[in-house]
Design a protein around this ligand. Structure first.
Ligand code: ADE
Ligand code: ZN
Length: 330
């Protein structure tokens, strides 16, 4: 079964590129850029040090601070795609934050062109297809969200396939970000937003009622509201679920209390994602392996998850149908 899960063609829809950088790569990039990293970023074992959601977001910012130029973005994109290809991920969408790049003195164009180079090199070397979802940061506020959406719309690239938002779910309201999301949506970019991770089901209602989104990052708290689960099915809203992240951030005490299986049984479209793999000691492959182990999923259920993910992806129609065939044939 382990081997079968490894070989299953997988799809990831939810990771944060700045949150995929392994500590050794942060050290390597910081050194070549002469950036002095804050020692408190790491624990005694060399992993990232954080203890709750707020300190996780700080550590995430700390890791991103090593980035200084286009090549750094090329390298982190390439390394993430390489790691994923070893687990037979065939397609992934990763969030990239222009606000983090700007904080490091990197322009939007350099950030995108570095990522594009990493995507092309990884596809040539490993066959994996990577795509970009440009994200704004919720706690930086709605005005900055508008700027990020406008920058994306004004500088189109075929690998930029959607718009999203992460950050502190307690900051502002989702309705405040409707103008930013409408800029993206009116320019035909499909959208996703983090909700129902830290806050309850009301945050998911806010997302589906006020924003033009077809997917929700996490959304696991939807399990607390049966009517909401029905609405997600009816409106065909997909949940990008990351059990390992949810457990690491103590949303649930253990795998047996995680609602993924129950949510799936209600007919909601879901995917399995790593979110910020080195921060949560996970990977896409591990999310599949752990789901098999703890939710008692067989290979057919895992295959159906991979198919749901591909269907909900923001890939162009040709890529989508080609990769759906590839998964179906497994
Ligand atoms: N940014 C990176 N990871 C995140 C998460 N799990 N929730 C919200 N914002 C994030
Ligand atoms: Zn996330």
């Amino acid at each position: 079964m382990l081997e079968q899960i490894l070989n299953l063609p997988k799809v990831e829809l939810h990771s944060h590129l700045e949150g995929t950088i392994k500590p050794h790569l942060v050290h390597q990039i910081a050194e070549r850029n002469s950036v002095t990293l804050n020692e408190s970023l790491f624990n005694n074992e060399g992993g990232y040090a954080w203890s709750n959601f707020a300190s996780f977001l700080d550590a995430y910012d700390g890791a991103s601070s090593c980035l200084k130029n286009k090549k750094d973005y090329r390298d982190i994109m390439y390394e993430y795609l390489k790691d994923c290809s070893y687990e037979n991920v065939i397609y992934l969408e990763t969030f990239i934050s222009p606000d983090h790049a700007a904080e490091c003195g990197i322009s939007y164009d350099d950030m995108i062109s570095g990522c594009v180079e990493g995507i092309d090199d990884a596809e040539n070397d490993f066959g994996i297809i990577g795509r970009i979802i440009v994200t704004c940061v919720r706690h930086l506020g709605p005005k900055q969200g508008i700027d990020v959406a406008q920058q994306m719309v004004d500088n189109p690239h075929p690998y930029v396939v959607g718009f999203g938002m992460g950050g502190d779910e307690l900051a502002f309201t989702l309705k405040d970000f409707a103008p930013a999301f409408n800029i993206a949506s009116n320019a035909n970019y499909p959208c996703t937003v983090h909700a129902g991770e830290i806050c309850g089901p009301e945050s998911v209602w806010d997302a589906i009622n006020h924003l033009p989104i077809s997917r929700i990052g996490h959304g696991v708290k939807s399990i607390e509201d049966a009517e909401l689960l029905n609405a997600l099915v009816k409106r065909n809203i997909h949940l990008e679920i990351s059990p390992g992240s949810n457990l690491a951030l103590s949303l649930y005490p253990n795998w047996s209390s995680h609602p993924l299986k129950l949510i799936m049984s209600k007919g909601v479209s879901i995917s399995l994602n790593s979110d910020d793999p080195p921060f949560f000691n996970t990977s896409v492959g591990l999310e599949y392996q752990n789901s098999a182990k703890h939710f008692d999923f067989g290979i057919e259920e895992l295959k159906s998850i991979s198919l749901m993910a591909m269907k909900a992806s923001f890939a162009d129609p040709d890529t989508k149908s080609r990769l759906l065939d590839k998964i179906s044939q497994f």
